[in-house]
Ligand binder design. Sequence first.
Ligand SMILES: [Zn+2]
Length: 427
Amino acid sequence: MTLLLKGARPYGEDAVDILVKDGVIAAIGESLSTTADTIDATGLVVLPGLVDLHTHLREPGREDTETVLTGSRAAALGGFTAVHAMANTDPVADTAGVVEQVWRLGNDAGLVDVVPVGAVTVGLGGEQLAELGAMADSAARVRVFSDDGKCVSDPALMRRALEYVKALDGVVAQHAEEPRLTVGAQMHEGDRSARLGLTGWPAVAEEAIIARDVLLAEHVGARLHVCHVSTAGSVELIRWAKSRGVQVTAEVTPHHLLLTDAQAEGYDATFKVNPPLRTAEDVAALRAGLADGTIDAVATDHAPHAGEDKECEWSAARPGMLGLEQALSVVVDTMVDTGLLTWREVADRMSVRPAQIGRLAGQGRPIAVGEPANLVLLDPSARAVVDPAALASKSRNSPYAGRELPARVVHTLLRGELSVLDGKVQK
Ligand SMILES: [Zn+2]
């Protein structure tokens, strides 16, 4: 298959034509011509296809809220060409069999590369290491291991997990939450939680685990990845660890870059999430950390939930919110339109670095001749109000409902094939 993209702007720079042939970028230049299909990409910014380190696809187990196919559609529409599927499914992805099942479902959907994350401990139980080597050696080639949703809180077990993944060239992605400090927690601990009468989730519960884990990673000489960093103190700890040469990377979610704990005022459980939305000072520190590279990546923590698990009393609701379809728009809103990131830096934080952290050889590559044609083309001047009913996800728990956001994904290409054409998913 051959396709010519006319007048696209790589990294927002000068317009060029990009010829895609047999899954790779075959030529880049001015006034290229072809007898094959041509797409008018005038004015569109083209970036390497986005890579998400943190997606909950809910299959197997909760196919009523999302499947690998519906989540793949949402991802492609968001401009992603690869997503890491978190392990907290039912059954848990803690064996070669389950990760291969998810990997095959992703191949069958064929819209994005679905990269399974393997659980660190059996059943996310936090007591016994899962078969990390078997998952790494499986067809799914697992390199990212996480008990996300739960913290690997036992320090001896965390140390052993780091030792194992080091030998596999893998990484432990830690959901940093000291469970003894968050019993019954409902929202960020502060003045507002006291006034609203909701049990607080203190910043120190996240920071204490990050401090411990960067020291363990340094001691073992292994790679550590910190999921969904949410506090200013966490950014400081990671900055300090990197300055010491610790092999630590970190991600921030779109919602933590945009929203604050003020969203809890209306008791709308759409805004209940773990870790919780924090203060405006935390949001500013997260944006600064992403801008200066202390935080390596944006990851969605896309967490679909059924209506009955969200349209209920705050304390009974499940934590989590949708993210795949609006991630790029939120990053444009919070980081590009504010002058904090260039388009090339957006590509770095949303494609290049996440692909490196996940050891995905064919993703996060430069827009250059001979490279895989994993691309997203977006209209930076478009603006739209988010309508949850129009989302491809099977769930509706978007924290951006009714909010106007900039930028629209127009086309997405996975190895030269259009997964999204003119804003419409192709499968
Ligand atoms: Zn988590």
